[in-house]
Write a protein that binds this ligand. Structure first.
Ligand code: NAD
Length: 279
């Protein structure tokens, strides 16, 4: 049976664990060959080993996405192994949760460099290869609701995610002539328990869920659904866009309800409307 990504090669940063691992696994289950770019050698090699054992074609490349030499080498290794690249997903991320006045220089740099500089270095390396191949391609950056919806203690996180959104738009304009699309998939708070070394406090999850129209965390597969859609032929005319996969969190504020008291004008209007309807 033909699968949607048969013959395609996908590079996924951060895919040793978490959402990106689920995204990468969904790609290979749909026929793609994959390169995992990560610094977590233990989980990265284990993830690749497990998928190879199941008959998939997956490699692990130790790659610090902040380092252009390592990024360029990883893309060269991927091309050497698979002969091409078709899709980039940048999902590597770190969490620094501090107020701006408490941040050290290094903490700021770490988060911005992994998430934003990493997006640039990977997109440049993969973009150059896609142009050389001349068959189009896909760049998908994992964003975050905090890229356009501020919350305390997310300074470098929100700033880097906002930067990724604008970078994706610029690349959409620059790479359109090569039939390369560039989009951002922004997850809401996602359940990564059991698949990540990162943890989320239950109180944080509960506070978040109280603000979400659909009342729960996202599942990693729901993020992967959107990423695979953007990578698919069905999204061939979509570029420079950002979509929130967040259960409605970004749609508005659940806590702010409409006024409970009607004004005199509204009371009159309702009375007249009632009379009209009952005629
Ligand atoms: N989990 C959520 O609720 C959530 C919500 C919104 C956005 N996101 C975004 O989704 C992406 C994945 O998040 P996650 O929760 O699955 O994270 P995670 O912590 O589970 O995974 C992140 C991966 O990135 C890797 N990584 C870290 N620094 C790296 C570096 N310098 N070079 C290469 N790899 C590096 C880690 O080793 C890890 O495998 C991130 O960009 C994150 O900002 C997550």
């Amino acid at each position: 049976m033909e699968r949607e990504f048969d013959g395609k090669v996908v590079v996924v940063s951060g895919a040793a664990s978490g959402i990106s691992r689920v995204v990468m696994t969904r790609f290979v289950e749909a026929g793609a060959r994959a390169a995992i770019l990560d610094i977590d050698d233990e989980w990265g090699t284990e993830t690749a080993r497990r998928l190879v054992e199941q008959g998939h074609d997956v490699i692990y490349c130790h790659t610090d996405v902040r380092d252009s030499g390592q990024v360029n080498q990883a893309i060269a290794t991927t091309v050497e192994r698979f002969g091409r690249v078709d899709i980039l997903v940048h999902g590597a991320g770190v969490g620094v949760h501090k107020e701006v006045v408490d941040l050290s220089d290094d903490e700021w740099d770490l988060q911005v460099d992994v998430q934003l500089r990493g997006a640039f270095l990977l997109s440049r390396a993969v973009g150059r290869r896609l142009i050389e191949q001349g068959e189009g391609g896909r760049i998908i950056l994992l964003g975050s609701g905090s890229g356009n919806n501020a919350r305390p203690k997310s300074g470098p996180h929100g700033a880097s995610k906002a930067g990724e959104i604008q970078l994706a738009k610029v690349m959409a304009l620059e790479l359109g002539k090569y039939n390369i699309t560039s989009n951002v998939v922004s997850p809401g708070l996602t359940d990564i328990s059991g698949i990540s070394r990162s943890t989320q406090h239950p109180e944080y999850q509960a506070a978040h869920n109280a603000q979400v129209a659909l009342g729960r965390l996202a599942q990693p597969d729901e993020i992967a659904d959107a990423v695979l859609f953007f990578a698919s032929d069905r999204a061939r005319f979509i570029t420079g866009q950002m979509v929130n996969i967040d259960g409605g969190y970004s749609a508005g504020k659940l806590v702010v309800q409409g006024p409970l008291e009607l004004t005199d004008y509204e009371k009159e209007w309702h009375a007249a409307d009632f009379e009209r309807r009952s005629r």
